[in-house]
Design a protein around this ligand. Structure first.
Ligand SMILES: Cc1cc2nc3c(=O)[nH]c(=O)nc-3n(C[C@H](O)[C@H](O)[C@H](O)COP(=O)(O)O)c2cc1C
Length: 231
């Protein structure tokens, strides 16, 4: 068992951030720590009571480099080029200029800068965990089967991230990698039924202090018994 440096559940839940700039790229991550955190993650709920999740943990420098190159292509194609070209959907989704006020615009600019920071050095992250699913693809983009598809993966991914945090490691949910799912599958020699859902880069963090995320109040998003009765 590796050492838990943060044992309080509420502290882990409120301070597990998307870590990019503060990943310690020099400190190796033992395989046992990744395996222990995944063992905890497998306690998460899953649809149909079937373990459709698969994980490929990559610590081989050459394989990491190939994944990093694909990740850089994705950044250019889905963020850099469309923002530079003023493509409407991407501007609305990602540009700080479309945020409601100065504070949220500044927050979005910080996120973009931080994403780019990781894009530029992804291959230096000690372990890249590629999360996959062998669940049959849903035939609709929303609805029960679609919820079941992603809902059978992300609880485990989040538990993995929480377990890492409690042991002094950081991670980030990098779903963007799924834009190159087929190429990643080739690099990792995945079986045909195994689809890439997300990437989770893993490293020890530089320091253990992380704050609460900036979120709106519960009353903005909660209603009781129907949307008319707002909390
Ligand atoms: C569905 C989803 C997809 C995400 N995809 C990416 C991604 O591709 N790359 C990345 O760097 N961060 C990604 N993130 C992390 C978010 O940017 C991050 O959670 C958000 O900015 C809030 O920051 P916090 O988690 O530190 O509070 C993703 C998060 C979620 C929930």
């Amino acid at each position: 068992m590796s050492t838990r440096v943060i044992a309080d559940v509420d502290e882990v839940l409120t301070t597990t951030r998307a870590v990019r700039r503060r990943l310690d790229l020099e400190r190796p991550v033992p395989r046992e720590v990744v395996e222990e955190c995944l063992e905890l993650a497998l306690q998460a709920p899953m649809g149909s009571n079937l373990e459709h999740w698969r994980f490929v943990a990559v610590d081989d420098p050459e394989v990491k480099l190939r994944i990093a190159e694909l990740y850089r292509e994705i950044w250019v194609e889905t963020v850099e080029a469309p923002l530079a070209g003023g493509e409407a959907a991407t501007v609305t989704r990602l540009s700080p200029t479309t945020r409601a006020d100065e504070a949220t615009a500044a927050r979005q600019q910080r996120v973009l800068d931080s994403v780019k920071h990781l894009v530029d050095r992804l291959e230096q992250v000690p372990v890249l965990v590629v999360v996959c699913s062998v669940k049959p693809l849903p035939d609709e983009i929303v609805g029960g089967r679609a919820s079941g598809y992603y809902g059978s993966i992300f609880p485990a991914v989040w538990s993995f991230q929480l377990a890492l945090r409690s042991r002094g490691l950081g991670s980030v949910l990098a779903t963007a990698l799924a834009h190159r799912a087929e190429q990643v599958a080739k690099v990792l020699e995945l079986p045909e039924d195994c689809r890439v859902v997300t990437l989770v880069p893993v490293a020890y963090t530089q320091g253990l202090e992380f704050g609460r995320g900036s979120r709106g109040p519960v009353s903005d998003v909660l209603a009781w018994n129907g949307w008319g009765e707002r909390a």
